[in-house]
Design a protein around this ligand. Structure first.
Ligand code: HEM
Length: 193
């Protein structure tokens, strides 16, 4: 016995650092070293799209969101087909509501349906066809010729709520778009009453 403390043989239980925390893996500087067991770890400088929490989705859309490839709300809710359906369902209800229908000047609701659809697609990150054809939206100004009072606003919102229900979006996406419609409709009121 030399009296010197013997070094434990390498690999002895309790002395080998757990995977990912080897020499130089300081939790203060290395996020991987601080990650709890089972957690996903990310390299420093990873794109934000990899770090953000996945948006609740159904089917393929969810995988896209987790992979960070569903870049816009437009894509996340299903793109063109979703907006076609939403606006069509809305105008079906407008057509059936005689008093509300009277606000719309044209005999054919088709062009109005297309304008609203193009606008919403553009607003949520889809094609910019609306502005290419119609210029700056200036929605409040464009609504001035039509008497939008509290009744008109509530009726518009009621038909849009029913249209939105047909899409069965995730609660998160439904909440985001509904909140927008509610605020936009309030902003469009241009007559007392
Ligand atoms: C608050 C109740 C609302 C009423 C009563 C109303 C009514 C109308 C009417 C009568 C038109 C003319 C139809 C046409 O020829 O295009 C119109 C157009 C339009 N509305 Fe509304 N609207 C309302 C709210 C909204 C909201 C909240 C939005 C957007 C989120 C919106 C977006 C549009 C768009 C994009 C157009 C076509 C504008 C253009 O390019 O000429 N409206 N609306």
């Amino acid at each position: 016995m030399s009296g010197e403390q013997q070094r434990p043989p390498s690999g002895e239980p309790g002395t080998t650092p757990p995977a990912g925390t080897g020499p130089g893996a300081d939790p203060r500087t290395d996020p991987a070293a601080a990650a709890p067991p089972g957690a996903r770890s990310f390299a420093v400088g990873a794109p934000l799209s990899q770090l953000r929490r996945p948006v609740p989705q159904v089917g393929d859309e969810r995988q896209q969101a987790e992979a960070g490839t569903a870049s816009s709300f437009y894509e996340q809710v299903g793109g063109h087909e979703t907006f076609v359906k939403l606006v069509h369902e809305f105008y079906v209800r407008v057509a059936e509501d005689e008093r509300f229908r009277a606000l719309y000047p044209e005999d054919d609701l088709g062009p109005a349906e297309e304008r609203l659809r193009m606008f919403l697609e553009q607003y949520w990150g889809g094609p910019t066809t609306y502005s290419e054809r119609r210029g700056h939206p200036r929605l409040r100004m464009r609504h001035m010729p039509f008497p939008v009072d509290t009744w008109a606003r509530e009726t518009w919102l009621r038909h849009m709520r029913a249209a939105l229900d047909t899409l069965e979006l995730s609660p998160l996406h439904d909440g985001i778009i509904w909140d927008y419609f509610d605020r936009a409709a309030h902003a469009m009121v241009n007559r007392p009453g």
